[in-house]
Structures are given as structure tokens and as C-alpha cells.
Design a protein around this ligand. Structure first.
Ligand SMILES: [Ca+2]
Ligand SMILES: [Ca+2]
Length: 258
């Protein structure tokens, strides 16, 4: 009967339906249309008994497994210069299905723009269970990004990731490690798939009270050149006596004026 679905064979698991919606605007052939979570459909034009017909072609979409991943990041609440820090990331698959192609993306932030030579040293990440972590990718804000490939994670299973680094002589007031679990499965709750640990720096010299800058006492001495590019975006940051690094040469209370 015209207008009712008719399945034509099982080739490519496709079901062809003659589209005869009288008066309806014809969609362009080849454009995906009327798709749902279970099937994807588009229209094609074919000759049937010598006449052009517009046919609706649908293909079944293979359902993704569902896996609720829960991420927890823990680290030290405080740190100071010279410390070696370690952050533990735990990812648990609460199911009900397998987590396919699991990847852990971790961002290490310093809350300010650090000169590259003051980036924390020996920064690294590793993951348990045979997964692999790449080298950190550092952006223009000197945030470090890691991506660790885990593979599949069964329901009820967990994986651990460790992020480690050392703190130099200049840091942000807060250090953060943020990690997200990315999977090819469907995670029904994205809110618990990401977590952040926040570490407050201590030992910041009181002569440099900027909210985002933590400078260690000398030695060694730090110059305004050392603070580039921070000083490019903080042209009016405060310096108080005794200013042991001599960052306010004219003693007007403003550091590293150009
Ligand atoms: Ca989740
Ligand atoms: Ca000054």
C-alpha cells in the first residue's frame, strides 16, 4: 500500500520507505533526515517502474554501551617552593556497561602566566593498567595538558592516574589539577566525570601581595625580566617594602613598570 513502510531485503540492514507525503516540501536527496537515537534516515531519488520516486532510507544505529564514570582528584591542600607534588586521580566505572576507548584529560594550571624558565620541573603523568600518557602540551598561558589513553574499562573496574611536578621559585597563589574522563560509551552523568584538586601556595613573600603571584624570598634574586610575560599583563601590581628582589626601583609601590 502506498505510504506504508515496506522493507526491501536486508541489504545493509536498510529499510526503504516510499515517501509520499502529499504537499510536503521534498528534502534534498542525500540529506540526513528524521533521524532518531535508534536509526538514521535520509532520502534518495530512484527510478521505480520508469518513474522517479523519492525513497526514505533508514539504517539502524548500533546502541552505545552506557557507563557512568566517576572521577576523583586528590592532592595536597598546601605547598611551598621546592616541593615535589603528587596528585592521585581515580576513575571508577559504575556501569551498567563497559567504558570504551576511555581517555583521561588532565590540565595543570598555575593561576598566572609563568615565564617558561620558571615552569615547574619534572612534570609527568602516568596511568595504571597498561595505559599510556603522552608528553605535556603547554599552551600560551603555560598550562600543561596531559592525555592518557586507558582503553576499555569494565563495569565496576577502576584506573589510577598520577600527576607529579616540582615547584620552582615563582608560582601562582593556587595550583590546580583538573581531570576529565572521556569515553566512546555514553556517560549519563557528566557532572561526576570531572574533578579538580586545588593547592594553596604558602611561603609567598609579603612584599609581593598580588592575588595571583607567589614569589619566594631570595636567594636567588628574581628580576623583572624573569617575570615576563606576567609583567606584560600586570602593569600595576603592588610591591611593598622591603622588596628584597628590588622589583620597584623608584619605590612608588608599583612593580616592574616599563
Ligand atoms: Ca559520569
Ligand atoms: Ca615602581
Amino acid at each position: 500500500m502506498p505510504g506504508l513502510p515496506r522493507c526491501i531485503g536486508v541489504l545493509l540492514a536498510a529499510c526503504l520507505v516510499v515517501g509520499v507525503a502529499a504537499g510536503a516540501a521534498a528534502p534534498r536527496p542525500g540529506v540526513w533526515s528524521s533521524s532518531t537515537a535508534k536509526q538514521r534516515c535520509h532520502y534518495v531519488v530512484k527510478r521505480v517502474r520508469g518513474k522517479k520516486k523519492r525513497l526514505r532510507v533508514c539504517r539502524k544505529v548500533k546502541a552505545k554501551p552506557v557507563a557512568d564514570l566517576v572521577v576523583t582528584v586528590t592532592g595536597p591542600p598546601t605547598a611551598t617552593f621546592g616541593d615535589s607534588l603528587s596528585y592521585a586521580v581515580t576513575v571508577v566505572n559504575h556501569g551498567p556497561g563497559v567504558a570504551l576507548q576511555l581517555r583521561l584529560d588532565s590540565a595543570v594550571g598555575w593561576s598566572l602566566i609563568l615565564p617558561p624558565r620558571f615552569l615547574p620541573g619534572h612534570i609527568s603523568a602516568s596511568v595504571s593498567g597498561g595505559g599510556r600518557c603522552g608528553q605535556p602540551d603547554v599552551n600560551l598561558l603555560n598550562q600543561a595538558f596531559f592525555s592518557c589513553a586507558v582503553g576499555s574499562l569494565a563495569k565496576g573496574a577502576s584506573v589510577q592516574m598520577t600527576v607529579s611536578f616540582e615547584i620552582g621559585r615563582i608560582a601562582g597563589r593556587h595550583l590546580t589539577v583538573d581531570t576529565s574522563a572521556i569515553t566512546a560509551s555514553r556517560d549519563p552523568n557528566g557532572d561526576n566525570s570531572e574533578d579538580t584538586a586545588d593547592t594553596a601556595m604558602t611561603g609567598c613573600h609579603p612584599s609581593y601581595p598580588a592575588n595571583d603571584l607567589c614569589i619566594a624570598p631570595p636567594p636567588p634574586y628574581i628580576t623583572c625580566d624573569d617575570l615576563d610575560p606576567y609583567t606584560d599583563i600586570r602593569v600595576d601590581w603592588a610591591v611593598a617594602d622591603p622588596d628584597p628582589h628590588h622589583l620597584d626601583g623608584d619605590h612608588d609601590g608599583i612593580g616592574c613598570e616599563s
